[in-house]
Design a protein around this ligand. Structure first.
Ligand code: HEM
Length: 208
C-alpha cells in the first residue's frame, strides 16, 4: 500500500463518512448516535462488498496488501471502526455502562453486548491494518485476522436487526434504513457465496 495514496484515501473516506453523518443528522433529523452507527454499518458493508467483487470481477490474485494500491478496504475499515467508536461513546455519554449491558436484563443488553464484541474485534483488526503491523505479522497471520471482518459483520447485523426489527427502542418497527441494511446484508452473503463457488470451480478446473 502506497503511503501517500493511503493518506489521500483516508482523507476522502473520512470526508465521505462525515458528509453522510451530517446528511443523516441535519437533512434527515436522525440523532447523532444513530447517524454514526448507520454510517459505520455502511462503511463495513462497502468493505465486504469490495472483497468478493474483486474475486468475481478481477481474477488476478493479489498476494500482498502492500502491492494493492487501488484497494480502499483498509481506509474504509479504519473509518468503520472510528465511526463505530464515536457511536459507542455518544451512547455511553448519556448513561452508565452498567445500564447498557445488564446481566439478567432484556434483549437490549444482549444487543449492546453483541455490539461491544463487534467493536472490540474491529479495534483489533484496525490496529493490525498498518503496513508495519502487516510486515510484523506476516501475510498469512494478517489474512487470518482479516477474516474476522465477517464475524464482525454478522455480529453487527444481529445488533442492527434487533434495534430495527425487534426492539421497542425509539420508533417501533423498521424504517428505510432497516430494509436497506437487510438488502445490503443479503447482497453481501450472496456475493460471498458466489465468490466461493467461483474459487471452488477454478480450483477444480486446475485439478482436471
Ligand atoms: C462495530 C460496532 C457497532 C456498530 C457498527 C453499530 C451499529 C449500529 C446500528 C447500524 C444501529 C441501528 C441504528 C438504527 O436503528 O437505525 C445501532 C443502534 C444502537 N447501538 Fe450500535 N453499533 C456498534 C456497537 C455498539 C455498542 C458497543 C453499543 C453499546 C454497548 C451500541 C449501542 C447501540 C444502541 C443503544 C443503539 C440504539 C440507539 C441508537 O441508534 O443510538 N452499539 N448500532
Amino acid at each position: 500500500m502506497d503511503a501517500r495514496n493511503t493518506l489521500r484515501q483516508h482523507i476522502i473516506v473520512g470526508i465521505f463518512s462525515l458528509i453522510l453523518v451530517l446528511i443523516f443528522r441535519f437533512l434527515m433529523g436522525i440523532q447523532w448516535s444513530t447517524s454514526f452507527g448507520r454510517v459505520s454499518f455502511i462503511l463495513l458493508s462497502l468493505v465486504l462488498l469490495i472483497g468478493p467483487l474483486m474475486r468475481i470481477v478481477n481474477p488476478i490474485h493479489i498476494s500482498s496488501p502492500l502491492e494493492n494500491p487501488w484497494s480502499w478496504r483498509g481506509e474504509l475499515g479504519i473509518w468503520f471502526t472510528i465511526t463505530a467508536l464515536i457511536h459507542f461513546f455518544i451512547i455511553l455519554s448519556g448513561r452508565p455502562f452498567s445500564e447498557l449491558i445488564k446481566i439478567g436484563g432484556s434483549g437490549y443488553g444482549l444487543a449492546n453486548f453483541i455490539g461491544l464484541v463487534a467493536l472490540i474485534w474491529a479495534i483489533l483488526i484496525a490496529l493490525t491494518s498498518y503496513g508495519k503491523a502487516i510486515v510484523f505479522l506476516g501475510i498469512e497471520s494478517w489474512k487470518w485476522i482479516q477474516n474476522f471482518t465477517y464475524v464482525i459483520f454478522y455480529l453487527v447485523s444481529a445488533h442492527f436487526i434487533y434495534f430495527q426489527f425487534f426492539s421497542t427502542y425509539g420508533d417501533v418497527g423498521p424504517d428505510w434504513f432497516g430494509y436497506t441494511a437487510v438488502v445490503m446484508a443479503i447482497a453481501i452473503v450472496i456475493l460471498q457465496l458466489t465468490a466461493f463457488i467461483k474459487t471452488v470451480s477454478k480450483n477444480r478446473e486446475k485439478q482436471v
